[in-house]
Design a binder for this molecule. Structure first.
Ligand code: C2E
Ligand code: MG
Ligand code: MG
Ligand code: MG
Length: 277
């Protein structure tokens, strides 16, 4: 093993580690106070039905408006937050904010999707946290979707039970980034998944047709909705719609924006997406 061996960092790795340490201290400050006190920001990206391209909901995507470093992407700070044990606190803030924002959206049928990190997925208090967010905001359970992703180890039973309880309440459950991991199929058995979200890496222009057909067939067999992430072009959209993909998300339909910009969303023209192509 690596025990006792001196670790040397390349200069850029050293930068990264020192950067994470500083970020860690800032994060502790952030979570100790009210995370909503201006520094955490939520953006929302539309999810559309295919082939019509009408908006069906939005995914909440968190950003950190850092006083010195500017707007930070979740990939920069969420892993640090998780390692510090602050992941669930941030998710809980996002959950309340997102439920609250969804109540003011132009269409009261749009769903709101919220991502859960690993610590939320194993949190025995998860069902309570989610039910409290729904109860205090008044958002109907059916308008909330939770998104989970695969992790190295299968999450503990408490979290699995919580997600079954929430599913029984009517909350939707999406398996995110499907097609990137190795054990996602085990998640399909373990969780009451209602939406399969195909990762950008399997929906791109070079994606295998056979693989896509298989994944759509899998979703059909399981009775879940299948949504393709990372749709950037009309051709890609048309191809995925032809294959039977039910829904899409990507820059073609809209980038993540603050909630007050969602009013600008208009149904998109059908473009290259022919019904039953
Ligand atoms: P994700 O859940 O798979 O979210 C989709 C990511 O793809 C978002 O990145 C979005 O901006 C990006 N994206 C959407 N459409 C396109 C497209 O057409 N092309 C390309 N190239 N990218 C596109 P973002 O916002 O940087 O989020 C990254 C990841 O961070 C998310 O991946 C999610 O796993 C995680 N995340 C974001 N917000 C939260 C949160 O509140 N809690 C937790 N636990 N995780 C979060
Ligand atoms: Mg997601
Ligand atoms: Mg995703
Ligand atoms: Mg993804």
């Amino acid at each position: 093993g690596a025990r006792g061996r001196a670790t040397r960092f390349a200069p850029e790795q050293r930068e990264q580690v020192l950067g994470s340490l500083a970020l860690g201290a800032d994060l502790r400050r952030l979570v100790a106070g009210d995370p909503g006190a201006g520094e955490l920001v939520l953006l929302f990206q539309p999810l559309v039905s295919l082939p019509a391209r009408t908006v069906r909901g939005c995914e909440a995507l968190v950003r950190w408006r850092h006083p010195e470093r500017g707007l930070l992407s979740p990939d920069t700070f969420l892993p640090v937050a998780e390692a510090q044990g602050h992941g669930a606190a941030i998710d809980a803030w996002v959950l309340r904010e997102a439920c609250c924002a969804a109540l003011a959206w132009p269409d009261p049928t749009w769903t709101v999707s919220v991502n859960l990190g690993r610590s939320s997925m194993v949190d025995p208090g998860l069902a309570g946290t989610v039910r409290a967010a729904l109860a205090t905001t008044g958002l109907p359970a059916a308008r909330l979707h939770l998104e989970i992703t695969e992790h190295d180890q299968l999450p503990a039973d408490a979290g699995v039970l919580a997600l079954h309880q929430l599913a029984a309440d009517g909350v939707g459950l999406a398996l995110d980034d499907f097609g990137t991991g190795y054990t996602s199929v085990a998640y399909l058995q373990r969780y009451p998944i209602t939406v399969l979200k195909l990762d950008r890496s399997v929906t791109g222009p070079d994606a295998s047709l056979a693989l896509l057909r298989g994944l759509v067939g899998l979703a059909d067999a399981l009775g879940t909705t299948v949504l393709a992430e990372g749709i950037e072009t009309d051709e890609q959209c048309a191809r995925l719609a032809r294959l039977g993909v039910d829904a899409g998300q990507g820059w073609l339909f809209g980038r993540p924006v603050p909630t007050d910009r969602l009013g600008d969303l208009r149904p998109q023209p059908a473009g290259a997406a022919t019904p039953e192509g």
